[in-house]
Design a protein around this ligand. Structure first.
Ligand code: SF4
Ligand code: SF4
Length: 377
């Protein structure tokens, strides 16, 4: 695992994102402690020393689990990062104290405003709430080492935020070879670089979609380098961006972890020739991209109908891509999309700005028109 210098720290180029730990089969709201501990132990043994979580990840269990899992390691042997979500229903003061307790630590190496966007910017900048003032106070008291933010904002909002405060130590943005153009991540990268703010990357593989791609794109990459995994192309693309400090991956299996460890063993960005190959593969995949859900599940806890939204979107994409009923049926094991009441609550939480009720309605129409009865498949 190669590391990069950040101020006085040497941080692993691959960071562990705490959003996708495997869940307990008997208790779907609890992280599977045994399987996830194995992942953390293997990550640390291989040199990963950066772990990221958030107040809301896996309904708070991600912080609790990470606290437990890391407690067997010396506190100064890893860097822990967490975040405050404006819509979590608690003040930043309450969240911060709870988070320290959940994680069983007395300081965070990195503390971030979570998910800056056009909705939340006013909350974070509200002088009455003075969230930033609170964080600066905690930093002075040694309870936070670095202040940053994660962002799903467009370039204008991002620029406004970094102009408002010039002391951010880092920022997390969604960056990958598709979103470079698709979500204008290029401009976000430029703004942060102009402000000397190092970038931590989230969704480097677009919620796993860039590890799957489609048949045509996979064939292009496999022909160019049969021994390399499809995911490694996305990771090596990011290595080539000099202002990327850490690439975070929410790894949920040892297989994913091992593949990433192999990729990040040493600095190995894509060559010019390889970049051309990747461009070709990306163009082939864009035809089948469908609804760009990253499976972050931010929308799920607030849905009054308890729909498994990302899985339904996956089913919708699968239908549009393959029309393979059995593949869709494998996904639609719970509530079908016609249960959506169109309330729009989920829209407020989706960082990808997906028109979720519209997708649910279209998918419900497809099921109806094709007379699909999932209970009989
Ligand atoms: S619009 Fe549909 S999917 Fe979204 S929160 Fe309401 S019921 Fe759930
Ligand atoms: S619909 Fe949006 S919020 Fe929900 S899982 Fe997908 S990307 Fe995340």
């Amino acid at each position: 695992m190669y590391r990069k210098q950040f101020q006085d720290k040497e941080i692993s180029a691959l960071g562990y994102g705490g959003l996708r730990f495997p869940m307990d089969k008997d208790n779907p709201s609890r992280i599977d402690r045994e399987a996830s501990q194995k992942l953390i132990d293997a990550a640390i043994a291989s040199g990963i020393n950066f772990f990221d979580t958030a107040y809301t990840y896996q309904a708070g269990d991600s912080e609790r689990f990470l606290g437990e899992a890391l407690s067997k390691y010396p506190r100064d042997s890893y860097y822990l990062s967490t975040k405050f979500y404006a819509d979590a229903g608690v003040t930043i003061e309450e969240a911060f104290e709870t988070q320290l307790e959940r994680c069983g630590v007395d300081y965070f190496d990195f503390y971030l405003f979570h998910s800056l966007d056009e909705n939340f910017i006013n909350y974070f900048m509200d002088p009455e709430k003075d969230c930033l003032g609170y964080l600066i106070k905690q930093k002075k008291a040694g309870r936070i080492k670095h202040i940053g933010f994660s962002s799903h904002a467009g370039p204008d909002t991002l620029e406004k935020f970094v102009n408002w405060y010039d002391g951010f130590d880092m920022a997390i943005i969604q960056l990958n070879y598709l979103d470079w153009d698709l979500l204008n991540a290029k401009r976000q990268y430029e703004i942060l670089t102009e402000h000397n703010i190092p970038i931590w990357v989230m969704e480097p593989l677009k919620g796993g979609r860039l590890s799957e791609l489609n048949e045509e794109a996979r064939a292009i990459l496999k022909e160019a380098a049969p021994e390399r995994s499809v995911s490694s192309w996305g990771m090596r693309y990011l290595m080539g961006l000099p202002n990327v400090q850490v690439v975070m991956s929410g790894m949920s299996s040892l297989e994913q972890l091992e593949d990433n460890l192999k990729t990040f063993d040493h600095f190995d960005p894509l060559s010019e020739k390889e970049l051309e190959v990747l461009k070709k593969a990306a163009a082939a995949f864009r035809k089948d991209l469908g609804v760009p859900c990253s499976s972050c599940r931010y929308c799920c806890p607030t849905c009054p109908m308890e729909l498994n939204i990302p899985v339904l979107i996956k089913g919708y994409n699968e239908w549009n891509m393959s029309k393979a009923l059995w593949k869709v049926a494998e996904l639609i094991t719970e509530k079908t999309p016609d249960n959506c009441i169109g309330c729009g609550v989920c829209l407020h939480h989706c960082p990808q700005k997906i028109q979720i009720p519209e997708v649910m309605s279209k998918f419900a129409d497809i099921i109806k028109e094709n007379d699909i009865d999932f209970t009989k498949i």
